[in-house]
Ligand binder design. Structure first.
Ligand SMILES: Cc1cc2nc3c(=O)[nH]c(=O)nc-3n(C[C@H](O)[C@H](O)[C@H](O)COP(=O)(O)OP(=O)(O)OC[C@H]3O[C@@H](n4cnc5c(N)ncnc54)[C@H](O)[C@@H]3O)c2cc1C
Length: 356
């Protein structure tokens, strides 16, 4: 039997499973999926989990079942590319013929002292749960500092403002305007929604240090009862430690067939892969489609395509609480209830297609 090992059951590897199962997996291939969590987690909804507006159960999707698919639930700590072996925290090793690394990303703290110790995170389900507990146990009038006004920071701030209107939310961002990656019209719309919901934007901020309940902006202390970090991401530590070529963000540089140049049997999917777009769930899924194509060709003893057409993304949708949203669809900015409905529809479709 040929052994395909999938590290991480996130958006990338879930798409690989769903394309291979039930009928496209060759008889002589067995899959093992390794994750620390025994279900697929909808990471795009972690802001709502942390804010307390959805339940934990709402964002878990069962992994598919198949006679030639095994699950191992544990923590991956090391990959030995030369020995073709993956080491888990309990000391066990798994050997592979083909490997797809889809371990996602973690927070990047940009060297800010104390940020890793004294801020909460929404980058893993365990950390989003801890953020939920901290935020929802706050007394009325408490101050919440959110660092970083990209998509996750904005979605968390707005969801929390609806969930706990009694809290005082401060959103710290380096820029003059929030959501700098979007057209100004969208930033203006979101900023006016924030003004209506008493979310304070602290512009041109520079968080220089974090201590327990204190965030230093340009070295000035600001009291915050809870601080959440949404100011940057980097690939998973296991990937950062691999001795292979990476881009400036620490993502692994791949061939056009999505494998590591020196290791034709090792593919990288999603947030850990160096790709021509910013990391996203839809990018991970689109890349996964191409990886499945390469795997199937190679398993058949055929040459995979020398390159694929560029991945086209459908757009970006962001939420402002449960009723309003914003987005870029076919490069056109949209605001109000329609993008929010679209976002809910995308989530519903995703869960439906994944057997929820
Ligand atoms: C709040 C928020 C909102 C977002 N909104 C959107 C959105 O609207 N649209 C969009 O396209 N993208 C969005 N994203 C980004 C999107 O979630 C990621 O790009 C996507 O999850 C990446 O998929 P992946 O397959 O690379 O990894 P992930 O989906 O992150 O999966 C990684 C898996 O690896 C497992 N894992 C990690 N480390 C280990 C280990 N050491 N051992 C064992 N298992 C491990 C994890 O448990 C997880 O199951 C959002 C992200 C956040 C945080």
């Amino acid at each position: 039997m040929r052994h395909l090992v999938l590290l991480g059951g996130g958006y990338g590897n879930m798409r690989i499973l769903h394309r291979l199962l039930p009928n496209s997996l060759p008889e002589d291939v067995h899959i093992t999926l390794v994750d620390r969590v025994p279900y697929h987690c909808l990471k795009t909804e972690y802001y709502a989990l942390a804010a307390g507006t959805i339940s934990d159960h709402h964002i878990r999707v069962p992994f598919p079942e198949h006679p030639r698919l095994t699950y191992l639930f544990g923590e991956v700590v090391h990959i030995d590319l030369d020995k073709q072996s993956v080491q888990l925290k309990d000391g066990s090793n798994i050997s592979y013929d083909d490997l797809v690394i889809g371990l996602g990303c973690e927070d990047k703290y940009h060297g800010v002292p104390g940020a890793d110790m004294f801020t909460h995170s929404i980058q893993s389900i365990e950390k989003a749960r801890a953020a939920y507990e901290a935020l929802n146990n706050l007394p009325p009038g408490a101050v919440v500092g959110i660092v970083g006004a990209g998509l996750s920071g904005v979605e968390l701030a707005s969801e929390l403002a609806e969930s706990r209107p009694d809290l005082h939310i401060k959103l710290f961002d380096r820029g003059e305007r929030i959501l700098p990656m979007f057209p100004k019209r969208l930033s203006d719309y979101v900023e006016s929604w924030f003004a209506e919901h008493d979310i304070e934007i602290v512009r041109c901020s520079n968080v220089t240090k974090v201590e327990e309940h204190t965030l230093y902006n340009h070295d000035q202390p600001i009291h915050c009862d809870v601080i959440v970090w949404t100011a940057g991401i980097q690939p998973n530590r296991v990937v950062r430690e691999l001795p292979v070529e990476k881009d400036k963000q620490g993502r692994i540089i791949l061939t056009k067939q999505h494998h590591i140049p020196e290791y034709e049997n090792v593919y990288v999917v999603g947030d850990c892969a160096s790709l021509p777009h910013s990391p996203s769930a839809q990018l991970a899924e689109a890349q996964a489609e191409q990886i499945v194509h390469v795997l199937q060709k190679r398993w058949n003893g055929e040459e995979p395509p020398s390159e694929f057409p560029p991945i086209k993304l459908k757009g970006v949708l962001g939420s402002l609480g449960k009723k309003h949203g914003f987005g870029l669809v076919a490069d056109r900015p949209i605001t109000g209830r329609v993008p929010r409905l679209l976002k809910s529809g995308v989530l519903w479709m995703y869960k439906y297609h994944n057997g929820y």
